[in-house]
Design a protein around this ligand. Structure first.
Ligand code: GTP
Ligand code: MG
Length: 289
């Protein structure tokens, strides 16, 4: 059952508003991956509103409130300004869906933005990572720039940018490693890639997306804090929002870190990616519609 169904059932089973109802709602929001402080804050706000306004409209009010939380995030930067080279880094811990998302984005940029993609295999850490990206490249008929396993990821990104700048493509999408020997090594590596892009493609539209697995709940928020602290993230891509994911983490990413969601992925196929719609998401989460 999608989380929205649960909120919908919760509201439809209530006829009067009581302290107990708000306590239960708060618990439910926490269960929905809201995070405790965010859940308390939202419940308080909702209580205030219900006092002032017609209580029978409360479910709609909740959707409105959630929508407002989402709109607190910085706006998502234009992902594909016409005539400009785009450089995209996909970051995130292992298994969140970076490699799959790199392929999906390559195909998306091609079909939706009319930009030709080059995929950069900057995850040189894991043995199969390079081949995994190459297979996607073959299926999508998209060029993949790769070095050997254990190579310097920043050099891979450099070569991919070089290829794009010399006319080979309009967007470089770099898959990065989700894991290193130590966390500080990973952060250093990401910062180095960051410096290469800044230097090599200063004019480019440069976007760093953090790929988060929606099924990991509050853990995703902790990952966002770490990555955002290490290299400023522009926006989040939420993957695996297709099974039992609750999605509440999106609201605290917005209100506590100011991070917007750019895309949502809902499956393993190349077409399973769409631009995030905050209004639709808030309404679904709140069980409205
Ligand atoms: N259901 C579903 N599965 C997904 C989605 N995105 C990725 N996956 C699956 O999640 C698994 C991990 O995906 P990868 O793209 O390899 O993840 P990664 O972040 O590159 O992993 P590492 O390279 O190990 O760090 C694969 O089995 C993908 O098919 C999604 O949106 N929905
Ligand atoms: Mg990968």
């Amino acid at each position: 059952m999608k989380f929205g169904e649960r909120l919908k059932n919760f509201f439809s089973g209530k006829s009067a508003f009581s302290q107990e109802l708000f306590d239960d709602l708060c618990d439910l929001l926490i269960e929905g991956d809201f995070g405790a402080s965010q859940a308390y804050k939202t419940t308080e706000l909702l209580m205030e509103r219900c006092k002032k306004e017609s209580a029978s409209e409360a479910p709609q009010k909740l959707a409105q409130l959630l929508e407002e939380e989402l709109l607190k995030a910085r706006p998502v930067p234009n992902p594909a300004p016409p005539g400009k080279l785009c450089a995209i880094l996909l970051l995130g811990v292992n298994g969140t869906g970076k490699t799959t998302t790199a392929a999906k984005l390559g195909s998306f940029y091609n079909s939706q933005y009319n930009k030709k993609a080059i995929l950069a295999a900057a995850d040189t850490f894991r043995a199969a990572a390079i081949d995994q990206l190459k297979i996607h490249g073959e299926k999508l008929n998209t060029r993949v720039i790769a070095h050997k396993q254990g190579g310097d990821p920043a050099a891979v990104v450099y070569d991919a940018l070089e290829a794009a700048l010399s006319g080979g493509g309009d967007v470089v999408i770099a898959d990065t490693a989700g894991r290193m020997h130590t966390k500080s090594a990973l952060v250093e590596e990401l910062r180095k890639i960051d410096r290469v892009v800044e230097a090599k493609a200063a004019e480019a539209c440069y976007l760093k997306y953090l790929v988060l697995d929606a099924t990991t709940g509050r853990n995703a928020f902790a990952q966002a804090e770490i990555f955002h602290g290490a290299v400023n993230i522009d926006a989040v891509i939420l993957t695996k929002y297709d099974s039992t994911a609750k999605g509440g983490v999106v609201f605290s990413l917005a209100s506590e870190l100011g991070l917007p969601v750019a895309y949502v992925c809902t499956g393993e196929k190349y077409g399973d990616i769409e631009i995030f719609d905050p209004n639709k998401f808030a309404r679904e989460f709140a069980g409205i519609d």
